[in-house]
Design a protein around this ligand. Structure first.
Ligand SMILES: Nc1ncnc2c1ncn2[C@@H]1O[C@H](COP(=O)(O)OP(=O)(O)OP(=O)(O)O)[C@@H](O)[C@H]1O
Length: 595
């Protein structure tokens, strides 16, 4: 990337960050700016008071305000008599206290703004994630999103810190430089030119810092992804003794990261060195010019050098802060890029959200529905059917035939590209889609359980559920025997993804959780595949006999699993190629219901 472009990108990104921060800060930002100006002003007045103080202390008759006033630079001050040393010192002390109070308020306010900004960023990203459609979310790298929400957000807070600190240092520098102009315009001009030169020399360094920051952020993200994959595939890796491959990859990224960080520190040290050298040259030049060329009184020269010494601190802080800011800016850019990606989808046309809850399962009508997955030509097409309320519908077909895509459409997780889905006679869009999603229950192929107690896992589906509700749902899902075995009962922790349970037990718990909602539509996507055949038959029979008669969509590969269905849909290449009514199964189910 050429230097100009890197510089432009740095400027654009810094401007976006600044505007974002200002939009967050609003009134508090104005208050903080006033406190920054007051703090810098107090510093300036304190330095100004040093002149008469020094004049009185070293007994230079020409120094102090008298000299400044006679030179015509501070005519408004007049002369300060030596007898007034005590009041002068009192003023100085009062100013120091006032300045400390201002700085205290300033720092607390700035910290509050910074922390609030980070939390606002995090909240905004989470809201965008929640509002995004499933198709977009399912394509996101989860470890990457996690990393953005934790580490990158914190670096964004560091960016805010360095920006605010930079603004404070800049104000302080300006006030100190204005004072320097008051004391000696030529000396201040020499110093100003050298400092401006040093700042300009810093710009390419900042673009390099940003580039290195991006490399480091990418490497950190890679580390986070490798770590998540390692933990996710731990069992497989250990069982096949291939864990060293994870370790090799991990270590490789770590080495790269270390190299990048060392390069970064080297770059920062280089610019620090250049800056310090220039600052020292500025000081030396000021003294040389002051002593040899201009007739500057000793007290003024001492104060000027003191002023330069004080200027070096905010100047160095500004230089280092700017580099850190540029270095962490890529984290902010990544967050904004994800937000932009998530905001790409047009807002959904809203439909009515109110209306009474469905008295029973509503009919679900697919009218010439088609859907293609993004970035390919796979999906479903020409779906034209009605799922009658309370029916038990089986879905079969080869892998990749479109069964899950059909289920995702039925629950409103994805929206058809063509055609309409109607729930109880209303199009499944906008508010109705959200209300439908809040009512139905979906037990997907991959069982999802929190690393928490069974009680917490079940409550997630229905926070109002009582212990009796939980036990009833567990009973329906055939998990009563499991509960009797567990010493801690509902308080048993199931491990990450339910890893402390068997596959069939996990599926029973997930099913119990789905039943906790008493849903009008229950979608089971191969969610009893790990249960033994006899156990599955009992379980499905109890589902067919549920007293509230939900519509059940059962996706299964085993023919035995579909034996109790009223109707079986067969999918091939994204289309329904057979739609069979199963009278015998209906009879079996009725018989079971009657039992
Ligand atoms: N998010 C996605 N992006 C792109 N293509 C996808 C996506 N999800 C599924 N597909 C493709 O769409 C087709 C249908 O997938 P679907 O998951 O509906 O199949 P399925 O019948 O449920 O298969 P299985 O029985 O193996 O679960 C497949 O060819 C699959 O590769």
């Amino acid at each position: 990337m050429d230097k100009d472009r890197a510089g432009r990108e740095l400027l654009r990104s810094s401007r976006d960050f600044f505007l974002d921060f200002c939009a967050h800060a609003r009134g508090d930002g104005v208050r903080a700016a006033i406190l920054i100006v007051l703090g810098a002003g107090a510093e300036g007045v304190g330095l100004l008071l040093l002149v008469p103080l020094l004049g009185l202390v070293i007994g230079d008759g020409r120094t102090g305000w008298a000299m400044m006033a006679s030179a015509g630079r501070l005519p408004w001050l007049g002369a300060a008599p030596a007898a007034r040393l005590a009041p002068l010192l009192a003023c100085f002390a009062l100013l120091v206290v006032l300045r400390a109070v201002v700085l205290w308020h300033r720092d607390v306010l700035l910290a509050r703004l910074r922390i609030g900004f980070v939390e606002e960023q995090r909240g905004r990203l989470v809201s965008r994630l929640i509002a995004a459609p499933w198709t977009r979310l399912s394509a996101l790298p989860h470890a990457g999103v996690n990393h953005l929400l934790s580490s990158d957000i914190i670096l964004t807070g560091a960016c805010a810190h360095f920006m605010v600190q930079g603004a404070t240092s800049l104000f302080l520098l300006l006030v100190q430089w204005a004072l320097a102009c008051v004391f000696s315009l030529p000396l201040a001009a020499v110093t100003g030119v050298l400092l401006a030169g040093a700042s300009l020399a810093l710009v390419p360094q900042l673009a390099r810092s940003r580039r290195l920051g991006r490399d480091v952020a990418d490497a950190n993200l890679h580390l986070a992804t490798s770590g998540a994959q390692f933990l996710g595939g731990l069992k497989l890796a250990l069982s096949q003794n291939v864990q060293h491959r994870f370790a090799d990859e991990f270590n490789g990224t770590l080495r790269r990261l270390m190299g990048q960080q060392v390069t970064l520190v080297r770059e920062q040290s280089k610019s620090q060195l250049a800056f310090t050298t220039l600052a020292s040259l500025a000081g030396a030049a000021a003294i040389v010019v002051g002593v040899w060329t201009l007739d500057v009184p000793p007290a003024v020269l001492i104060v000027f050098v003191l002023l330069l010494a004080r200027m070096s601190a905010p100047a160095a802080q500004l230089q280092q802060g700017a580099q850190q800011f540029a270095n962490f800016l890529p984290s902010y850019e990544k967050i904004r890029a994800l937000e932009a990606e998530l905001a790409q989808d047009p807002p959904e046309v809203d439909a009515t959200t109110d209306g009474p809850a469905w008295p029973g399962p509503p009919p679900l009508r697919f009218h010439q529905v088609g859907y293609r997955h993004p970035g390919g030509d796979r999906g479903v097409s020409g779906l034209d059917l009605t799922l009658e309320p309370g029916s038990f519908v089986g879905v079969m077909g080869a892998s990749g035939a479109g069964k899950t895509t059909f289920a995702d459409l039925a629950v409103g997780l994805t929206v058809p590209d063509v055609g309409t889905i109607m729930v109880g006679g209303h199009p499944l869009v906008g508010g109705l889609r959200r209300r439908w999603a809040a009512a139905i229950a979906y037990a997907p192929q991959e069982t999802f359980l929190f690393h928490d107690s069974i009680r917490a896992n079940l409550s997630w589906a229905n926070p109002q559920a009582t212990e009796a509700d939980m036990r009833a749902a567990l009973g329906l899902a055939g998990a009563s025997a499991l509960m009797d075995r567990l010493a801690s009962g509902l308080d048993t922790v199931v491990g990450a993804q339910g890893g402390l349970l068997s596959g069939g037990e996990r599926q029973r718990l997930a099913l119990a959780r789905a039943l906790m909602r008493r849903p009008p539509l229950l979608v089971l996507d191969e969610s009893t595949s790990a249960v033994d055949i006899a156990g599955e038959q009992v379980l499905l029979a109890s589902l067919a006999a549920l007293p509230w008669r939900p519509t059940i969509l059962l996706i299964a590969h085993r023919r035995e699993s579909l034996a109790l269905c009223d109707r079986v849909l067969e999918f091939a290449e994204g289309r329904i190629v057979a739609d069979r009514r199963m009278e015998r199964a209906e009879a079996q189910a009725s018989a079971h219901r009657a039992r």
